[in-house]
Write a protein that binds this ligand. Structure first.
Ligand code: SUD
Ligand code: ADP
Length: 313
């Protein structure tokens, strides 16, 4: 086999309920993950040694050494399979970098699947997800896709089957936000407010809206406990959220740890209108239209490169 390409989606958290800090330093979560149609593509090719290359927007902020989550995924799987991680990993970024849409986790999940296919590891998908959880809390969901409730630190997943298609607009910001810094700011804000922190609970109205395919009800129930922290670190996001709602969205929230802002539209046409108005508002770097839920990581069929016919007379 010469190379394997895996396509993997971004995520938005429709609900991110953040509980207290656990002894291991992670927060107890209820996260309603939703996979959306912004994709990274990861191609792995046999090579003399492990190397990472990357193309697309924001690649200047993606490490190309062992800190890249895709490289760490290849090393972890190779170790489990008792072999050397000798592959070239090429990442085509379509997921905003450090945007709260799990781009690095997506690349880790994609690399696990791509390398396992290339190396004929035949590792069952639930086992790949367990390996993924060793790399990051969001990695198992990038493999699973669809809509799912994540508990624990976000890595224990239960799918929420839905049939409706939801239309989204994502307002991209200049520069990223660090996930640990946003969790830290959340703790700081809670401590200074003296708020008691209860156990995180799924919002029943949100799950019912998802099952009913009701965009208006879903929009009214989007909630992210990290949003005050993201707004505290990046106050300009308040204007972005207001601009998207004024443009016709039926719900909005900061995506995960931010700074990407997510807007739910009632239909596809309105999504395009909201994106156009957001772009014109000057409150974001760019806007992208997407839909959800979409499946998780999947191997793409091999591209057939047309061979030029020789002129044999
Ligand atoms: C906030 C979320 C929401 O889905 O994602 P992003 O929006 O950043 O993509 C996740 O919780 C991020 O998941 P992920 O990016 O995989 O985080 P990890 O590598 O596991 O952890 C990075 C750091 O985030 C903090 N962290 C993460 C998960 C969690 N349940 N509690 C935490 O406190 C810790 O400081 C940890 O050291
Ligand atoms: N393959 C990767 N793609 C993007 N970022 C990566 C990757 N591997 C490691 N990183 C690091 O992870 C950080 C968080 O990036 P990303 O996963 O895109 O955002 P978020 O955690 O906000 O969803 C980046 O700033 C970068 O330093």
């Amino acid at each position: 086999m010469s190379s394997v390409t895996v396509s993997v989606p971004a995520k938005v958290n429709l609900q991110l309920a953040v509980g207290g800090v656990r002894p291991d330093g992670f927060h107890e979560l209820v996260s309603v993950f939703h996979a959306v149609s912004l994709y990274d593509e990861v191609t792995v090719t046999p090579a003399d040694r492990l190397a990472v290359t990357c193309e697309g927007e924001g690649v200047g902020d993606v490490p190309l050494d062992h800190n890249n989550l895709a490289a760490r995924a290849a090393i972890l799987l190779a170790d489990r399979l008792g072999r050397e991680p000798n592959v070239g990993i090429h990442i085509r970024k379509g997921i905003p970098v450090a945007g709260g849409m799990a781009g690095g986790s997506a690349d880790a999940a994609a690399t696990l699947l791509a390398c396992d296919t290339l190396w004929r590891g035949d590792t069952p998908r639930p086992m790949l997800r367990r390996l993924g959880a060793e790399l990051g809390s969001d990695v198992p969901f990038s493999d699973l896709g669809g809509t799912a409730i994540g508990t624990g630190r976000g890595e224990r997943l239960a799918s929420v089957p839905t049939t409706a298609r939801f239309h989204w607009v994502f307002a991209l910001a200049d520069g990223g936000l660090s996930t640990p810094a946003v969790y830290g700011e959340c703790d700081r804000l809670r401590a200074s407010a003296g708020e008691p922190v209860g156990p995180p609970e799924p919002r029943a109205e949100l799950i019912a809206a998802l099952r009913a395919g009701d965009a208006h009800a879903l929009g009214a129930n989007l909630v992210n406990d990290l949003q005050p922290a993201a707004l505290s670190l990046r106050p300009a996001l308040a204007a972005t959220l207001a601009a998207g709602m004024a443009a016709g969205a039926v719900g909005s929230l900061v995506s995960g740890s931010g700074p990407t802002c997510a807007f739910l539209a009632p239909d596809r046409e309105t999504a395009h209108l909201v994106a156009e108005r957001l772009t014109g508002s000057g409150t974001c770097r760019a806007a992208r239209v997407a839909f959800g839920a979409v499946p998780g990581a999947r191997v793409l069929p091999r591209r057939v490169v047309p061979v030029e016919r020789e002129n044999t007379v």
